[in-house]
Write a protein that binds this ligand. Structure first.
Ligand code: URA
Length: 221
């Protein structure tokens, strides 16, 4: 650039209305959806509508938690006793075991997002019925739509049924990848529920293998 052009550029820069630049920058910032805010709104909607059943028999809803920018969402079945008490997913025995396994493969619990198909504890920790799942699924789908993960990890058969709308034999299909029916860019990975692994310690090896495969899929995404 010659000196005349340089001087003209310097003059033009001096004349620019900086207010406009800040406005443009702030508008660009606002356009990025605030996932925390959208999830909070969804939680408020869940509480307001009470369409996801089992609310009354439990002591309220347990919503998903974690990093909304996570590339991976772990989905469980329904809150248990401890989760119902603390209003947080996977904080009981199965949750503590899951946390230790996540750590073992180098995943930080606070860096992932974790939620359930059903948002209230079924009485006596029984499996949720088809109708109960159907009443809560719109909220789970919306959570996923907001987070837009690269990968959904179904922990056990109920999560798989909720996410894929179909049952697959978990022992046969664990470690397999399916497209998410509502957004085929998202992969769905099936593995055991941590409570199953606690009851069947011989499944721990496969569960660890699956978690290592998940770490690899996240790195590739
Ligand atoms: N089991 C689940 O499926 N979800 C929880 O939050 C806790 C235990």
């Amino acid at each position: 650039m010659d000196i005349q052009k340089l001087l003209a550029t310097a003059k033009a820069l001096r004349e620019i209305d900086l207010g406009e630049i800040y406005l443009l920058r702030d508008t660009a910032k606002q356009e990025k959806p605030n996932k925390h805010h959208l999830l909070k709104q969804l939680y408020e909607r869940l509480e307001r509508e009470r369409k996801c059943v089992l609310y009354e028999s439990a002591s309220g809803y347990v919503f998903g938690e974690g990093d909304p920018d996570s590339p991976v969402v772990f989905v469980g079945e329904a809150p248990g006793e401890e989760e119902d008490k603390l209003k947080r997913p996977f904080v009981g025995r199965a949750g503590q075991y899951l946390n230790s396994k996540l750590e073992e493969v180098g995943l930080k619990r606070e860096k992932i997002y974790i939620t359930n198909v059903v948002k209230s504890r079924p009485p006596g920790n029984r499996a949720p019925t088809k109708e109960e799942m159907a009443s809560c699924l719109p909220y789970l789908r919306k959570e996923i739509e907001i987070i837009k993960p690269k990968l959904i990890v179904c922990l056990g058969a109920t999560a798989m049924k909720g996410i894929l709308g179909k049952e697959y034999a978990i022992t046969k299909y664990r470690g397999h990848i399916f497209p998410y029916p509502y957004d085929t860019k998202i992969k769905v990975f099936l593995t055991y529920h941590p409570a199953y692994v606690l009851r069947n310690p011989s499944a721990d090896k496969e569960f660890t293998e699956d978690l290592r495969a998940i770490v690899k899929l996240i790195a590739e995404a």
